[in-house]
Ligand binder design. Structure first.
Ligand code: ZN
Length: 481
Protein backbone atom coordinates (compact mmCIF):
# COMPACT_ATOMS: atom_id res chain seq x y z
CA UNK A 1 0.00 0.00 0.00
CA UNK A 2 1.29 3.49 -0.87
CA UNK A 3 1.83 5.80 2.06
CA UNK A 4 1.09 9.49 2.34
CA UNK A 5 3.08 11.73 4.65
CA UNK A 6 2.94 15.37 5.63
CA UNK A 7 6.16 17.00 4.45
CA UNK A 8 7.16 20.17 6.32
CA UNK A 9 9.10 21.24 3.21
CA UNK A 10 6.02 21.34 0.98
CA UNK A 11 3.51 21.96 3.84
CA UNK A 12 1.36 19.25 2.24
CA UNK A 13 0.43 15.64 2.68
CA UNK A 14 2.30 13.99 -0.16
CA UNK A 15 2.46 10.52 -1.60
CA UNK A 16 5.62 8.94 -0.25
CA UNK A 17 7.95 7.98 -3.11
CA UNK A 18 11.04 6.27 -1.72
CA UNK A 19 14.35 7.10 -3.37
CA UNK A 20 15.36 3.47 -3.40
CA UNK A 21 12.50 0.99 -3.90
CA UNK A 22 13.91 -1.54 -1.45
CA UNK A 23 15.41 0.42 1.40
CA UNK A 24 13.97 3.53 3.06
CA UNK A 25 16.52 5.66 4.91
CA UNK A 26 15.30 7.46 8.03
CA UNK A 27 17.32 9.77 10.27
CA UNK A 28 15.92 10.83 13.61
CA UNK A 29 17.43 13.53 15.76
CA UNK A 30 18.13 11.59 18.91
CA UNK A 31 18.50 12.63 22.52
CA UNK A 32 20.90 15.11 24.03
CA UNK A 33 22.21 12.97 26.84
CA UNK A 34 22.47 15.32 29.81
CA UNK A 35 19.49 13.96 31.78
CA UNK A 36 16.77 11.30 31.62
CA UNK A 37 14.49 11.53 28.60
CA UNK A 38 11.11 13.05 29.49
CA UNK A 39 7.82 11.96 27.96
CA UNK A 40 7.87 14.89 25.52
CA UNK A 41 11.11 13.47 24.08
CA UNK A 42 9.52 10.02 24.15
CA UNK A 43 6.67 11.20 21.96
CA UNK A 44 9.10 12.22 19.26
CA UNK A 45 10.92 8.85 19.36
CA UNK A 46 7.64 6.92 19.48
CA UNK A 47 6.50 8.84 16.41
CA UNK A 48 9.67 7.83 14.52
CA UNK A 49 9.14 4.24 15.68
CA UNK A 50 5.54 4.25 14.45
CA UNK A 51 6.64 5.69 11.11
CA UNK A 52 9.32 3.10 10.50
CA UNK A 53 6.98 0.26 11.50
CA UNK A 54 4.15 1.47 9.25
CA UNK A 55 6.62 1.72 6.34
CA UNK A 56 7.67 -1.88 6.99
CA UNK A 57 4.26 -3.45 7.65
CA UNK A 58 1.85 -1.40 5.52
CA UNK A 59 4.32 -0.07 2.95
CA UNK A 60 6.17 -3.43 2.74
CA UNK A 61 9.61 -1.83 2.57
CA UNK A 62 12.85 -2.39 4.39
CA UNK A 63 14.05 0.45 6.56
CA UNK A 64 17.44 1.71 7.65
CA UNK A 65 16.77 3.84 10.70
CA UNK A 66 19.55 5.90 12.25
CA UNK A 67 19.21 7.87 15.47
CA UNK A 68 22.10 10.04 16.58
CA UNK A 69 23.17 10.76 20.13
CA UNK A 70 24.21 14.32 20.97
CA UNK A 71 26.91 13.73 23.54
CA UNK A 72 28.59 17.10 23.10
CA UNK A 73 26.79 20.44 23.09
CA UNK A 74 26.29 23.39 25.45
CA UNK A 75 24.16 21.38 27.91
CA UNK A 76 26.22 18.18 28.11
CA UNK A 77 29.39 20.23 28.59
CA UNK A 78 27.77 22.40 31.26
CA UNK A 79 26.36 19.50 33.27
CA UNK A 80 29.36 17.21 32.97
CA UNK A 81 31.53 19.76 34.77
CA UNK A 82 32.08 18.29 38.22
CA UNK A 83 31.18 21.60 39.88
CA UNK A 84 27.79 21.67 38.12
CA UNK A 85 26.04 18.68 39.53
CA UNK A 86 26.04 15.83 41.92
CA UNK A 87 26.68 13.29 39.20
CA UNK A 88 30.24 12.86 40.43
CA UNK A 89 28.95 11.23 43.60
CA UNK A 90 26.70 8.91 41.63
CA UNK A 91 29.02 7.99 38.81
CA UNK A 92 32.44 8.46 40.36
CA UNK A 93 35.72 8.11 38.47
CA UNK A 94 36.27 11.85 38.27
CA UNK A 95 39.13 12.75 36.00
CA UNK A 96 41.10 15.91 35.33
CA UNK A 97 40.35 15.53 31.63
CA UNK A 98 37.10 17.28 30.58
CA UNK A 99 36.55 14.87 27.66
CA UNK A 100 36.84 11.86 29.92
CA UNK A 101 34.34 13.43 32.37
CA UNK A 102 31.99 14.22 29.51
CA UNK A 103 32.16 10.59 28.35
CA UNK A 104 31.49 9.14 31.81
CA UNK A 105 28.58 11.54 32.26
CA UNK A 106 26.99 11.03 28.84
CA UNK A 107 27.55 7.25 28.75
CA UNK A 108 25.45 6.96 31.89
CA UNK A 109 22.54 8.79 30.22
CA UNK A 110 23.00 6.93 26.93
CA UNK A 111 22.49 3.61 28.75
CA UNK A 112 19.46 4.97 30.57
CA UNK A 113 18.03 6.28 27.31
CA UNK A 114 18.37 2.91 25.56
CA UNK A 115 16.73 1.21 28.56
CA UNK A 116 13.87 3.71 28.55
CA UNK A 117 13.06 3.48 24.85
CA UNK A 118 13.00 -0.31 25.08
CA UNK A 119 10.53 -0.12 27.95
CA UNK A 120 8.14 1.84 25.73
CA UNK A 121 8.50 -0.78 23.02
CA UNK A 122 11.12 0.76 20.71
CA UNK A 123 13.37 -2.09 19.72
CA UNK A 124 17.08 -1.36 19.93
CA UNK A 125 17.65 -3.77 17.05
CA UNK A 126 15.27 -1.78 14.80
CA UNK A 127 17.74 1.10 14.94
CA UNK A 128 20.63 0.49 12.54
CA UNK A 129 22.96 2.61 14.66
CA UNK A 130 23.04 5.24 17.39
CA UNK A 131 26.07 7.28 16.23
CA UNK A 132 27.60 9.51 18.89
CA UNK A 133 28.76 12.99 17.99
CA UNK A 134 32.12 12.61 19.78
CA UNK A 135 32.93 9.61 17.55
CA UNK A 136 32.52 11.70 14.38
CA UNK A 137 34.64 14.78 14.99
CA UNK A 138 36.71 14.09 11.85
CA UNK A 139 33.59 13.96 9.62
CA UNK A 140 32.47 17.26 11.17
CA UNK A 141 35.82 18.94 10.50
CA UNK A 142 35.65 17.67 6.89
CA UNK A 143 32.20 19.17 6.44
CA UNK A 144 33.24 22.54 7.89
CA UNK A 145 36.21 22.54 5.50
CA UNK A 146 33.85 21.94 2.56
CA UNK A 147 31.48 24.72 3.63
CA UNK A 148 34.44 27.07 4.17
CA UNK A 149 36.03 26.22 0.83
CA UNK A 150 32.68 26.79 -0.90
CA UNK A 151 32.61 30.30 0.56
CA UNK A 152 29.77 29.93 3.07
CA UNK A 153 31.76 30.03 6.32
CA UNK A 154 34.24 32.38 7.94
CA UNK A 155 36.56 32.38 10.91
CA UNK A 156 36.20 34.90 13.70
CA UNK A 157 38.13 34.83 17.00
CA UNK A 158 38.85 31.13 16.72
CA UNK A 159 35.22 30.22 15.92
CA UNK A 160 33.87 29.20 12.53
CA UNK A 161 30.48 30.63 11.55
CA UNK A 162 28.02 29.83 8.80
CA UNK A 163 27.48 32.91 6.67
CA UNK A 164 23.67 33.13 6.47
CA UNK A 165 23.75 36.45 4.57
CA UNK A 166 25.96 35.01 1.85
CA UNK A 167 23.92 31.80 1.73
CA UNK A 168 20.60 33.50 1.25
CA UNK A 169 21.89 35.53 -1.69
CA UNK A 170 21.53 32.39 -3.82
CA UNK A 171 19.50 29.99 -1.66
CA UNK A 172 16.38 30.03 0.45
CA UNK A 173 16.97 30.11 4.18
CA UNK A 174 13.66 29.40 5.93
CA UNK A 175 12.44 26.39 4.01
CA UNK A 176 10.76 24.70 6.97
CA UNK A 177 9.48 27.80 8.70
CA UNK A 178 9.12 31.20 7.15
CA UNK A 179 11.64 33.63 8.47
CA UNK A 180 11.18 37.31 8.79
CA UNK A 181 14.50 38.88 7.80
CA UNK A 182 13.48 42.36 8.86
CA UNK A 183 15.82 42.37 11.84
CA UNK A 184 18.49 40.27 10.19
CA UNK A 185 21.84 42.01 10.17
CA UNK A 186 24.53 40.58 7.99
CA UNK A 187 27.48 39.36 10.01
CA UNK A 188 25.74 39.26 13.42
CA UNK A 189 26.75 36.05 15.08
CA UNK A 190 25.22 33.70 17.60
CA UNK A 191 27.23 31.16 19.56
CA UNK A 192 24.47 29.34 21.46
CA UNK A 193 23.33 25.93 20.21
CA UNK A 194 19.70 26.82 20.80
CA UNK A 195 18.14 30.13 19.78
CA UNK A 196 14.85 31.61 18.65
CA UNK A 197 13.65 32.45 15.17
CA UNK A 198 13.80 36.14 16.02
CA UNK A 199 17.52 35.76 16.61
CA UNK A 200 18.29 34.57 13.09
CA UNK A 201 21.96 35.30 12.46
CA UNK A 202 25.20 33.60 11.50
CA UNK A 203 25.38 30.42 13.54
CA UNK A 204 28.42 28.65 14.86
CA UNK A 205 29.87 25.55 13.18
CA UNK A 206 32.94 25.21 15.36
CA UNK A 207 33.48 26.77 18.78
CA UNK A 208 36.77 27.98 20.15
CA UNK A 209 38.01 26.07 23.19
CA UNK A 210 37.02 27.49 26.56
CA UNK A 211 38.73 26.66 29.85
CA UNK A 212 37.74 23.32 31.29
CA UNK A 213 35.92 22.21 28.12
CA UNK A 214 36.69 19.23 25.87
CA UNK A 215 38.44 20.25 22.65
CA UNK A 216 40.01 18.87 19.48
CA UNK A 217 42.66 20.31 17.15
CA UNK A 218 41.37 21.61 13.83
CA UNK A 219 43.46 23.02 11.00
CA UNK A 220 41.46 25.29 8.72
CA UNK A 221 43.01 27.59 6.13
CA UNK A 222 46.32 27.71 8.02
CA UNK A 223 44.70 28.39 11.42
CA UNK A 224 44.79 25.98 14.31
CA UNK A 225 41.32 26.21 15.78
CA UNK A 226 41.31 24.13 18.93
CA UNK A 227 37.65 23.65 19.85
CA UNK A 228 34.54 21.57 19.35
CA UNK A 229 31.61 21.31 16.91
CA UNK A 230 28.35 23.25 17.13
CA UNK A 231 25.21 21.18 17.67
CA UNK A 232 23.57 21.73 14.28
CA UNK A 233 26.64 20.56 12.44
CA UNK A 234 26.71 17.20 14.17
CA UNK A 235 23.60 15.85 12.47
CA UNK A 236 24.63 17.03 8.99
CA UNK A 237 27.92 15.11 9.27
CA UNK A 238 26.45 11.95 10.80
CA UNK A 239 23.50 11.55 8.45
CA UNK A 240 25.90 11.81 5.49
CA UNK A 241 28.06 9.07 6.95
CA UNK A 242 25.24 6.61 7.69
CA UNK A 243 22.75 7.34 4.88
CA UNK A 244 23.36 8.31 1.29
CA UNK A 245 22.30 11.86 0.49
CA UNK A 246 19.59 12.61 -0.09
CA UNK A 247 17.93 10.02 2.14
CA UNK A 248 14.18 9.57 2.45
CA UNK A 249 12.90 10.92 5.74
CA UNK A 250 14.23 13.09 8.54
CA UNK A 251 12.21 13.11 11.75
CA UNK A 252 12.19 15.22 14.87
CA UNK A 253 10.02 17.19 17.24
CA UNK A 254 8.40 20.35 15.90
CA UNK A 255 10.71 22.41 18.14
CA UNK A 256 13.66 21.32 15.98
CA UNK A 257 12.32 22.91 12.78
CA UNK A 258 14.15 26.11 13.58
CA UNK A 259 17.03 26.57 13.96
CA UNK A 260 18.27 22.98 14.09
CA UNK A 261 16.77 21.54 10.92
CA UNK A 262 16.91 24.77 8.94
CA UNK A 263 20.62 24.96 9.73
CA UNK A 264 21.06 21.31 8.84
CA UNK A 265 19.65 21.94 5.35
CA UNK A 266 21.90 24.98 4.86
CA UNK A 267 25.03 23.15 6.07
CA UNK A 268 24.48 19.99 4.03
CA UNK A 269 23.67 21.93 0.91
CA UNK A 270 26.52 24.40 1.33
CA UNK A 271 29.01 21.59 2.05
CA UNK A 272 27.90 18.57 0.03
CA UNK A 273 25.95 20.48 -2.62
CA UNK A 274 22.77 18.53 -1.95
CA UNK A 275 19.69 18.63 0.27
CA UNK A 276 19.97 16.07 3.05
CA UNK A 277 16.49 14.60 2.75
CA UNK A 278 13.28 14.50 0.70
CA UNK A 279 10.69 14.41 3.50
CA UNK A 280 10.89 16.34 6.75
CA UNK A 281 8.42 14.90 9.24
CA UNK A 282 7.83 16.60 12.57
CA UNK A 283 5.69 15.59 15.48
CA UNK A 284 3.80 18.11 17.60
CA UNK A 285 4.42 19.04 21.21
CA UNK A 286 3.28 17.09 24.19
CA UNK A 287 1.57 19.03 26.96
CA UNK A 288 0.71 17.81 30.41
CA UNK A 289 -2.82 18.54 31.68
CA UNK A 290 -3.11 21.26 29.03
CA UNK A 291 0.08 23.05 30.01
CA UNK A 292 3.56 23.16 28.60
CA UNK A 293 5.61 20.55 30.44
CA UNK A 294 8.05 22.31 32.67
CA UNK A 295 9.90 21.61 35.89
CA UNK A 296 8.65 24.94 37.25
CA UNK A 297 4.96 23.94 36.73
CA UNK A 298 5.55 20.66 38.59
CA UNK A 299 4.17 18.73 35.62
CA UNK A 300 7.44 17.37 34.30
CA UNK A 301 7.52 13.59 33.86
CA UNK A 302 10.28 11.24 32.92
CA UNK A 303 9.41 7.64 32.16
CA UNK A 304 10.80 6.57 35.52
CA UNK A 305 8.52 9.09 37.31
CA UNK A 306 5.50 7.42 35.73
CA UNK A 307 6.76 3.92 36.44
CA UNK A 308 7.14 4.90 40.09
CA UNK A 309 3.49 5.96 40.05
CA UNK A 310 2.63 2.44 38.87
CA UNK A 311 1.94 3.13 35.18
CA UNK A 312 2.89 0.51 32.61
CA UNK A 313 5.25 1.95 29.93
CA UNK A 314 3.32 0.03 27.27
CA UNK A 315 0.13 1.88 28.25
CA UNK A 316 2.10 5.10 27.79
CA UNK A 317 3.18 3.80 24.37
CA UNK A 318 -0.43 3.10 23.43
CA UNK A 319 -1.70 6.44 24.80
CA UNK A 320 0.82 8.30 22.63
CA UNK A 321 0.23 6.07 19.59
CA UNK A 322 -3.53 6.60 19.86
CA UNK A 323 -3.27 10.26 18.92
CA UNK A 324 -2.28 11.67 15.59
CA UNK A 325 1.35 12.78 15.63
CA UNK A 326 0.53 16.19 14.16
CA UNK A 327 -1.88 17.20 16.90
CA UNK A 328 -0.80 18.48 20.27
CA UNK A 329 -0.84 15.62 22.70
CA UNK A 330 -2.44 16.41 26.02
CA UNK A 331 -0.89 13.97 28.41
CA UNK A 332 -3.00 13.17 31.46
CA UNK A 333 -2.85 10.34 33.95
CA UNK A 334 -6.52 9.62 33.13
CA UNK A 335 -5.49 9.34 29.50
CA UNK A 336 -3.03 6.56 30.35
CA UNK A 337 -5.74 4.74 32.29
CA UNK A 338 -8.09 5.02 29.29
CA UNK A 339 -5.35 3.76 26.97
CA UNK A 340 -4.78 0.85 29.31
CA UNK A 341 -8.48 -0.10 29.08
CA UNK A 342 -8.44 0.14 25.29
CA UNK A 343 -5.35 -2.01 25.11
CA UNK A 344 -6.96 -4.60 27.37
CA UNK A 345 -10.13 -4.65 25.28
CA UNK A 346 -8.15 -5.69 22.22
CA UNK A 347 -6.20 -8.18 24.33
CA UNK A 348 -9.46 -9.80 25.51
CA UNK A 349 -10.57 -10.16 21.91
CA UNK A 350 -7.22 -11.78 21.05
CA UNK A 351 -7.46 -14.08 24.10
CA UNK A 352 -10.85 -15.30 22.89
CA UNK A 353 -9.35 -16.07 19.51
CA UNK A 354 -6.65 -18.08 21.28
CA UNK A 355 -9.17 -20.10 23.30
CA UNK A 356 -10.37 -23.54 22.14
CA UNK A 357 -14.00 -22.49 21.59
CA UNK A 358 -15.02 -22.77 17.98
CA UNK A 359 -18.13 -21.94 15.99
CA UNK A 360 -19.07 -21.37 12.38
CA UNK A 361 -19.08 -17.57 12.02
CA UNK A 362 -16.93 -16.44 9.12
CA UNK A 363 -15.08 -13.14 8.95
CA UNK A 364 -14.32 -10.84 6.04
CA UNK A 365 -10.72 -10.29 7.04
CA UNK A 366 -9.72 -8.25 3.98
CA UNK A 367 -12.39 -5.70 4.80
CA UNK A 368 -11.19 -4.77 8.29
CA UNK A 369 -7.55 -5.10 7.29
CA UNK A 370 -7.95 -2.69 4.41
CA UNK A 371 -9.88 -0.19 6.58
CA UNK A 372 -7.20 -0.14 9.27
CA UNK A 373 -4.24 -0.06 6.89
CA UNK A 374 -5.78 2.66 4.71
CA UNK A 375 -5.94 4.95 7.74
CA UNK A 376 -2.39 4.10 8.82
CA UNK A 377 -1.13 4.73 5.29
CA UNK A 378 -2.84 8.13 5.34
CA UNK A 379 -0.18 10.11 7.20
CA UNK A 380 -0.18 7.57 10.08
CA UNK A 381 -3.73 8.33 11.14
CA UNK A 382 -3.74 6.06 14.20
CA UNK A 383 -6.93 7.53 15.78
CA UNK A 384 -8.99 6.63 12.70
CA UNK A 385 -7.26 3.25 12.33
CA UNK A 386 -7.99 2.39 15.97
CA UNK A 387 -11.58 3.62 15.65
CA UNK A 388 -12.04 1.10 12.80
CA UNK A 389 -10.47 -1.60 14.92
CA UNK A 390 -12.65 -0.89 17.97
CA UNK A 391 -15.81 -0.76 15.86
CA UNK A 392 -14.91 -4.15 14.47
CA UNK A 393 -14.27 -5.54 17.95
CA UNK A 394 -17.53 -4.11 19.32
CA UNK A 395 -19.49 -5.65 16.47
CA UNK A 396 -17.83 -9.03 16.69
CA UNK A 397 -16.87 -9.62 20.29
CA UNK A 398 -19.44 -12.26 21.19
CA UNK A 399 -19.25 -14.29 18.01
CA UNK A 400 -18.01 -17.85 17.74
CA UNK A 401 -15.69 -17.76 14.75
CA UNK A 402 -14.81 -20.77 12.69
CA UNK A 403 -11.30 -22.16 13.04
CA UNK A 404 -10.27 -20.68 9.71
CA UNK A 405 -11.61 -17.24 10.59
CA UNK A 406 -9.94 -17.34 14.00
CA UNK A 407 -6.62 -18.11 12.34
CA UNK A 408 -7.07 -15.30 9.82
CA UNK A 409 -7.93 -12.87 12.60
CA UNK A 410 -4.97 -13.94 14.68
CA UNK A 411 -2.69 -13.49 11.70
CA UNK A 412 -4.05 -9.96 11.20
CA UNK A 413 -3.70 -9.00 14.85
CA UNK A 414 -0.16 -10.39 14.93
CA UNK A 415 0.73 -8.29 11.90
CA UNK A 416 -0.89 -5.23 13.47
CA UNK A 417 1.15 -5.89 16.57
CA UNK A 418 4.30 -5.50 14.48
CA UNK A 419 3.23 -1.83 14.47
CA UNK A 420 1.61 -1.29 17.87
CA UNK A 421 3.62 -3.92 19.78
CA UNK A 422 1.46 -3.93 22.90
CA UNK A 423 -0.43 -7.24 22.75
CA UNK A 424 0.45 -10.81 23.66
CA UNK A 425 -0.37 -13.96 21.76
CA UNK A 426 -0.11 -16.53 24.49
CA UNK A 427 -2.83 -17.17 26.98
CA UNK A 428 -1.56 -16.29 30.39
CA UNK A 429 -1.84 -19.08 32.86
CA UNK A 430 -3.84 -17.62 35.68
CA UNK A 431 -2.81 -18.88 39.07
CA UNK A 432 -5.68 -18.54 41.50
CA UNK A 433 -4.53 -18.07 45.09
CA UNK A 434 -5.51 -20.84 47.51
CA UNK A 435 -7.39 -18.33 49.70
CA UNK A 436 -9.73 -17.66 46.73
CA UNK A 437 -10.13 -21.37 45.97
CA UNK A 438 -11.05 -22.05 49.65
CA UNK A 439 -13.58 -19.20 49.72
CA UNK A 440 -15.19 -20.37 46.49
CA UNK A 441 -15.55 -23.88 47.92
CA UNK A 442 -17.08 -22.49 51.17
CA UNK A 443 -19.55 -20.48 49.12
CA UNK A 444 -20.49 -23.54 47.10
CA UNK A 445 -21.12 -25.52 50.30
CA UNK A 446 -23.20 -22.63 51.70
CA UNK A 447 -25.30 -22.73 48.52
CA UNK A 448 -25.74 -26.49 48.81
CA UNK A 449 -26.92 -25.88 52.40
CA UNK A 450 -29.23 -23.11 51.12
CA UNK A 451 -27.43 -20.60 53.38
CA UNK A 452 -27.91 -17.76 50.87
CA UNK A 453 -26.73 -15.03 53.23
CA UNK A 454 -23.31 -16.63 53.72
CA UNK A 455 -23.06 -17.43 50.01
CA UNK A 456 -23.73 -13.78 49.11
CA UNK A 457 -21.30 -12.54 51.72
CA UNK A 458 -18.53 -14.73 50.34
CA UNK A 459 -19.36 -13.68 46.77
CA UNK A 460 -18.89 -10.03 47.77
CA UNK A 461 -15.59 -10.88 49.44
CA UNK A 462 -14.44 -12.61 46.22
CA UNK A 463 -15.46 -9.58 44.16
CA UNK A 464 -13.32 -7.43 46.41
CA UNK A 465 -10.42 -9.80 45.77
CA UNK A 466 -11.00 -9.45 42.03
CA UNK A 467 -12.74 -12.72 41.22
CA UNK A 468 -16.15 -13.68 39.88
CA UNK A 469 -17.87 -17.01 40.42
CA UNK A 470 -19.80 -18.39 37.50
CA UNK A 471 -22.26 -21.04 38.60
CA UNK A 472 -23.10 -23.96 36.37
CA UNK A 473 -25.33 -27.02 36.65
CA UNK A 474 -22.80 -29.19 38.41
CA UNK A 475 -20.42 -26.77 40.06
CA UNK A 476 -18.76 -23.42 39.56
CA UNK A 477 -15.92 -21.68 37.78
CA UNK A 478 -13.57 -19.03 39.22
CA UNK A 479 -12.90 -16.16 36.83
CA UNK A 480 -10.29 -13.47 37.37
CA UNK A 481 -11.75 -10.04 36.62
ZN1 ZN B 1 19.67 16.68 14.77
Amino acid sequence: MKLKLYNTLSKNVQEFEPINENLVGIYSCGPTVYSYAHIGNMRSFLFADLLQRVIKVVGKKNVKWVMNITDIDDKTIRDSKPENGNWVKEMGNLSSDPLSNLKIFTNYYINEFINDIQKVGIKKEDVFDFPKATDHIQEMKDLITLIYNNGFAYISEGNVYFNVGKWKESNKYGRLKNIDFENFKKGVRIDADEYEREEVSDFVLWKNKKDGEPAWDFELDGNNLEGRPGWHLECSAMEKKYLDLPFDIHTGGIDLQFPHHEDEIAQSHAGYGIDPTKYWCHCEFLEVEGKKMSKSFGNFFTLRDLEEKGYDPLDIRFAIQSQHYRTKFNFTLDGITAASKGRKKVQNFIDNLLSDAEGDVKVQIEDIKSKVYTELADDLHTPKALAELFTFINNNKNLNFSKESKNQLLEFFKELNLIFDIWKFELEEIKIPSEVVDLAEKRFQAKVNKDWATADEIRNKLTELGYTIKDSKDGYEIIKN
